[in-house]
Ligand binder design. Sequence first.
Ligand code: NAG
Ligand code: NAG
Ligand code: NAG
Length: 474
Amino acid sequence: IPPPSLPLLGSTLTSLMFTCLLSSLIPLLQIDHFGFFEDGTFKQRYLVNDQHWHEEGNPILFYTGNEGDITWFCNNTGFMWDVAEELGAMLVFAEHRYYGESMPFGQDSYKDAKHLNYLTSEQALADFAVLIRELKKTVPGAQDSPVVAIGGSYGGMLSAWMRMKYPNVVVGALAASAPIWQFTDMVPCSVFYKIVTEGFSRNGADCSDSIRKSWSAVDNVSSTEGGLKWLSNEFSLCSPLEKEDVLVFKAWLQETWVNLAMVNYPYEANFLQPLPRWPVQVACTYLQDSSLPDAPLLQGISKAVKMYYNYTGNTQCLRISETATGNLGYLGWYYQACTEMVMPMCTDGVQDMFEPQSWDFEAFSEECYGRFGARPRAQWAGTVYGGKDIGSHSNIVFSNGNLDPWSGGGVTQSFSSNLVAVVIQDGAHHLDLRFNNNYDPSSVLKARALELKYIKMWIEQHSLSNKAAAPCCL
Ligand SMILES: *[C@@H]1O[C@H](CO)[C@@H](O)[C@H](O)[C@H]1NC(C)=O
Ligand SMILES: *[C@@H]1O[C@H](CO)[C@@H](O)[C@H](O)[C@H]1NC(C)=O
Ligand SMILES: *[C@@H]1O[C@H](CO)[C@@H](O)[C@H](O)[C@H]1NC(C)=O
């Protein structure tokens, strides 16, 4: 089972006062920024909106694209659209290589380890840096524009790293729900699933207890042919469950609970799936008695799961091979997790509601080698991005919602007055990057206001340093 991918943003578009326009300027980027043998180039897709960008030197908000189709992120990062007018900002959304349409080797990009070799966060950051410098050179009036990096989830990690690695290119970064510490030896591997569980148990201990008991109930029921039939029917599965599918079935349930915890938003939203407001609370209404015997317990589980997969009422049957939106590049993320983005995860069934599973790096490495012909390097992320020793950096805001399982690997305490953590009570996965909504808790309104304040400060600092050209101190 691969570690969970980092699903991202999403919302029903309440205000359609924008369009994500494909830029006409398509830069040719090096496939390999760090070596000279592979000299090929590729086209990176990026989107631009300059409807509020009227004056020379006005700021650029730059979305550091993550593992998916960039138009989807563009549609769903409402925060940038909400602040563009006030800042007079140009918006740029850059697609991450190997996702969406930005394929270094076209159809062959995912062919084998040789072609996948250039799918790394370092290459992606270098793409962003080259693109920004290219934009400043070619867009009239942008030469002195301060650029602020913004991103959520893995995209938030990239924003933070962008500021750390290219402080000459971006004046600051907003890293929303960015688990930059979800790596080996930085946080306990148990933290993620513990937070998932808390999201359910805050709606009553019976809710998480029901899920904790459901695993052995599935084992019990699926031990007979009749039981397998009953399960297939109860969960309206598209293809009948076979004995050898039971592990996949349980993994699918587990991922469903994870996704629900991540998108536990205070209003109806179409995210990984269309969902009601506070969907975890709704799921828990079906899980109120954990003392039930196997069959009725699993009927409750089935109702909760169908709330996730069939909120619209249009789903004919459930597929245990699918859990979320097709806009994310699962295979690419699997490869990244199998190489440099190694995120240890474990469960114990006590502090969390899942079946106990320890983190087994050796087994993971074998799985990765079998799948991709490449092996993970568990220590590399800490070496290249600094792990917990990031105190010397500046102008980064890390925001995290306490409901978001990824907050366990995030920065939730400030280092200094310009390396700042913002914690959003009742916030799920990067709620702050979404469009303003009437149901937003006051915590997220405050967080957005603070984020805007920092962005303005970085922009101001930039214009001051541009003016203060006098030599100093020699
Ligand atoms: C983004 O929004 C546009 C306009 O509403 C829509 O046509 C497009 O399908 C959306 N793209 C994605 C990937 O959601
Ligand atoms: C599964 O079956 C065993 C043995 O029949 C029983 O002890 C156990 O309580 C059952 N599990 C659940 C969740 O009902
Ligand atoms: C989804 O909901 C509709 C309407 O309630 C229902 O007719 C349909 O059977 C449901 N699908 C599944 C897979 O449960």
